[in-house]
Design a protein around this ligand. Structure first.
Ligand SMILES: *[C@@H]1O[C@H](CO)[C@@H](O)[C@H](O)[C@H]1NC(C)=O
Ligand SMILES: *[C@@H]1O[C@H](CO)[C@@H](O)[C@H](O)[C@H]1NC(C)=O
Ligand SMILES: *[C@@H]1O[C@H](CO)[C@@H](O)[C@H](O)[C@H]1NC(C)=O
Ligand SMILES: *[C@@H]1O[C@H](CO)[C@@H](O)[C@H](O)[C@H]1NC(C)=O
Ligand SMILES: *[C@@H]1O[C@H](CO)[C@@H](O)[C@H](O)[C@H]1NC(C)=O
Ligand SMILES: *[C@@H]1O[C@H](CO)[C@@H](O)[C@H](O)[C@H]1NC(C)=O
Ligand SMILES: *[C@@H]1O[C@H](CO)[C@@H](O)[C@H](O)[C@H]1NC(C)=O
Ligand SMILES: *[C@@H]1O[C@H](CO)[C@@H](O)[C@H](O)[C@H]1NC(C)=O
Ligand SMILES: *[C@@H]1O[C@H](CO)[C@@H](O)[C@H](O)[C@H]1NC(C)=O
Ligand SMILES: *[C@@H]1O[C@H](CO)[C@@H](O)[C@H](O)[C@H]1NC(C)=O
Ligand SMILES: *[C@@H]1O[C@H](CO)[C@@H](O)[C@H](O)[C@H]1NC(C)=O
Ligand SMILES: *[C@@H]1O[C@H](CO)[C@@H](O)[C@H](O)[C@H]1NC(C)=O
Length: 692
């Protein structure tokens, strides 16, 4: 009886440890529940409260994340002399005993994130002293104060990468990171830092510094020349001031987004800045006031207080921006600020700019000057401003490499004439929520083209256009001639379809995605005929007043169809057998007054494999004055509907019966009345011809 039982339990163990899945990979399991692949042991999430001892000696990587280890005892990792990588994040580590790493001189990477190392940090610090080769240490999420950090790092002079993110650090000074002369990367994200006093002086090699999500109020005399990436986003910075010097700063990326900056930062004069991120601040320029007073010589005085002495730094605002060399800047993000104009010559300083984001400001005019500062620009976002004018000095001020142009939500009625003849790479233009019309205007056809309109004809690279909410009306006959649009958004234009859809014919071969949401489309519009649009794969007809399903849709091979918010009582029962039914992958159907008793189409639609009714939960139908969910129709309504259909048959029968009876009676009477005559007629006829 012993043998079968053993066999059973063995196979159970094999199944539980994953042998049963037949992958046949080169890993084996060990009693600790660890997975061994070559020289890596993965023991994550195994409820372990100590380091497994009997793993292979040659181990180089040991992963023990998400366990319940509380103390890393002396000689815990002694068996693994070749260990280079040890991860103990998400445990309950309070203490690392001083001898824990004896024999682990080769350890390069140690991750201790999300533990409780604040509990006995001084003992743990002694354990760290035995790690002469440690290069990367993660102490994030350990409730450490700056003093604890300072003690823990005292003897880790070999560190190249350190994270103390998500701790309780409030102040940084020269004692915090004393010995970290090799440090390249430092993460201080999500602490409570509000004061920094010469904390980075000794970090001669530091290249990447992340201080996002702290409470830093300002940066004065920034002088870390060797730093490449500085992230101080999500703080409370009101001004950023680099030290006045002619040294070359290595700074490439400066992230100051989500702060309280009032002025454009005073950047190092000589830098290698590629990305300058200033999103979501209170930035404006002050050279000009709204009443045209010139403030060209305006200065700002910064009072810097050190102990009991105060130094005053006077900065001439616009001069300082002019003095810094921004010739390598590629990405400038100044979105979500209070900019209402750009100083003259501002863009001229940035000849390498490829991405410029000025969305969500309050600019009324955007001017591309003659000196062609935007020759490299590919992506220009001016959406959500108050632009009523876009001034471009063509041809010198052309933007020849522009690909994405976002002008959404402004007050534009025109674009500079000929703008697109100089943008040979343009693919996407968003003009939504402006007051534009497309040339040619139907009303003035032939009467010269002086009336304001935007001409997007003949732009052979343009594939995406949004004209949503532009108040379009009276479109001329060929507004898209020669432009191979694939995506066109015409939603929220109440009048755009008043003359039918004929003017879309120029796009019949290219158009793939078309939105006609909220365009007053009704079943009476004469030519709802999309049959020519053979490439169409996505069609949005929501928010209209369709009362019948446009039959012409049946032959399209759409992937996505949106019919929400119409007046459809039902869909055709046979729609799933059409080419449309076979190609559809995604459909939106809610907010239509479907008839609960005519839901045969709904049942068959649900059964189509690979078709998702994305808003299936919200599809409702009407029964009497009630609105019920089509997916969970109450049993009594289903029965009522069956009764109603049965009743109708009876009703028709009942109605038909008297009529039939009347006809029968009449027929009989007629027959009887004429019976004699008929017989006679027959007889006489037969008699005449009968020889006997
Ligand atoms: C931690 O391990 C437990 C037990 O294996 C598991 O249920 C849990 O999802 C894991 N948590 C994480 C964050 O991996
Ligand atoms: C751990 O080792 C250190 C020295 O290596 C020793 O001072 C200490 O007493 C040991 N702790 C325990 C609990 O054995
Ligand atoms: C810290 O460690 C020391 C020595 O191991 C021990 O005496 C002390 O109780 C520990 N303190 C805490 C708070 O765990
Ligand atoms: C640093 O190491 C030295 C000797 O290597 C030792 O005396 C000192 O206590 C260590 N400091 C800390 C904070 O562990
Ligand atoms: C760390 O810095 C302190 C003070 O600056 C110094 O006394 C100590 O020797 C340094 N330790 C190492 C390991 O460099
Ligand atoms: C700066 O840090 C924040 C928070 O971690 C992050 O979202 C952002 O992408 C970082 N910025 C850069 C330029 O990497
Ligand atoms: C312009 O406006 C500023 C502040 O709004 C005001 O101090 C100044 O007197 C005004 N100048 C003129 C000429 O109106
Ligand atoms: C600005 O200052 C310069 C001299 O410092 C002076 O010549 C110029 O007129 C000033 N401009 C204005 C607008 O005050
Ligand atoms: C101000 O600082 C100086 C040295 O810089 C010192 O002699 C003086 O006592 C300080 N005064 C006060 C009031 O702290
Ligand atoms: C204040 O400014 C003076 C002269 O510009 C300079 O010598 C001194 O070092 C500055 N003081 C501080 C604390 O920066
Ligand atoms: C700006 O820096 C570039 C190199 O990055 C250099 O070629 C150019 O001459 C500098 N311009 C000025 C005005 O210093
Ligand atoms: C597309 O429209 C043009 C006229 O604009 C017409 O000549 C052509 O036959 C149409 N193609 C298809 C596939 O309907």
């Amino acid at each position: 009886m012993e043998v079968p039982f053993l066999g059973l339990s063995l196979s159970l163990v094999l199944l539980a440890t994953g042998w049963g899945n037949g992958a046949g990979a080169a890993w084996a399991s060990s009693p600790g529940g660890c997975r061994l692949v070559q020289s890596t042991a993965t023991c994550n999430g195994r409820w372990l409260n100590s380091v497994p001892r009997n793993l292979q000696d040659e181990l180089e990587e040991l992963l023990l994340d998400n366990n319940t280890i509380r103390v890393l005892e002396n000689a815990s990792v002694l068996p693994y002399q070749k260990l280079r990588y040890l991860s103990l994040s998400k445990n309950r580590l309070e203490l690392i005993e001083p001898g824990a790493f004896l024999g682990s001189q080769g350890l390069h990477v140690l991750s201790l994130a999300d533990n409780l190392l604040f509990t006995n940090y001084s003992v743990t610090a002694a354990a760290f002293s035995a790690l002469p080769a440690l290069r990367k240490l993660d102490l994030a999420g350990n409730c450490l104060s700056e003093d604890m950090v300072s003690v823990l790092l005292w003897n880790l002079s070999s560190l190249e990468s350190l994270s103390v993110a998500r701790n309780l650090i409030m102040r940084l000074d020269s004692s915090t990171f004393t010995n970290l002369t090799q440090l390249l990367e430092l993460n201080l994200e999500k602490n409570y830092i509000f004061e920094i006093d010469q904390a980075f002086e000794g970090l001669q090699k530091l290249q990447r510094l992340n201080m996002a999500y702290n409470y830093i109020p300002c940066i004065a005399e920034f002088d870390l020349t060797q730093l490449r990436v500085l992230n101080i986003s999500n703080n409370a910075i009101e001004w950023f001031l680099a030290v006045e010097s002619n040294d070359l700063f290595e700074l490439e990326v400066l992230d100051l987004s989500h702060n309280h900056l009032l002025f454009f930062p005073v950047l190092p004069r000589h830098n290698k800045l590629r990305s300058l991120l200033l999103k979501d601040n209170k930035l404006s320029f002050y050279q000009r006031l709204a009443n045209a007073t010139s403030l060209a010589n305006a200065t700002v005085q910064f009072l810097l207080t050190y102990g009991n002495s105060t130094n005053i730094t006077t900065v001439s605002l616009w001069d300082e921006i002019c003095h810094s060399n921004l010739s390598s800047l590629q990405l400038l993000d100044m979105s979500q600020n209070r900019i209402w104009y750009l100083p003259e010559g501002f863009l001229v300083k940035m000849p390498s700019l490829t991405h410029l984001k000025l969305n969500q400001n309050c600019m009324e005019m955007f001017h591309v000057p003659k000196r062609n500062p935007l020759a490299m620009l590919t992506d220009l976002d001016l959406s959500q401003n108050r632009l009523s004018e876009l001034r471009v000095d063509l041809p010198a001020g052309a933007v020849p490499n522009l690909q994405l142009f976002n002008l959404s939500t402004n007050r534009l009625t025109v674009l500079p004439v000929g703008f697109f003849t100089h943008t040979k790479k343009i693919t996407t233009v968003d003009l939504s929520h402006n007051r534009v019309d497309l040339c040619p205007l139907q009303a003035v056809l032939g009467k010269g083209e002086n009336l304001p309109c935007v001409d997007i004809r003949g732009i052979t690279t343009l594939t995406h256009v949004s004209l949503a909410g532009c108040g379009l009306q009276g479109l001329g006959s060929h507004p898209f001639q020669g432009t191979p649009l694939k995506h066109l958004d015409l939603s929220d234009n109440q009048e755009v379809l008043s003359g039918g859809l004929g003017w879309l014919q120029d796009l019949n071969l290219t158009l793939q995605v078309l939105s006609l949401r909220n365009t007053n489309l009704s079943s009476t519009v004469v030519d709802i005929d999309f049959s020519g649009f053979q490439s169409l794969i996505c069609l949005d007809l929501s928010g209209n007043s369709l009362i019948t399903f446009p039959a012409a849709l049946g032959i399209l091979k759409l992937h996505t169809l949106d019919l929400r918010d119409n007046c459809l009582p039902a869909l055709p029962q046979d729609v799933i057998w059409t080419p449309l039914g076979k190609s559809l992958r995604e459909v939106y159907l809610s907010r239509n007054p479907y008839n609960c008793c005519l839901l045969g189409w709904w049942d068959s639609l649900q059964r189509v494999e690979g078709l998702h009714v994305r808003d299936g939960q919200e599809v409702t139908c009407r029964y009497d004055s009630k609105t019920v969910s089509a997916r969970a129709m109450p049993e009594n309504i289903i029965k009522d509907c069956q009764w109603r259909t049965a009743d109708l048959v009876l009703l028709y029968l009942a109605l038909a019966l008297p009529t039939c009876l009347t006809f029968l009676v009449v027929f009989v009477i007629i027959f009887l009345t004429f019976k004699q005559k008929l017989l006679k007629m027959v007889k006489s006829q037969c008699g005449l011809s009968s020889p006997y």
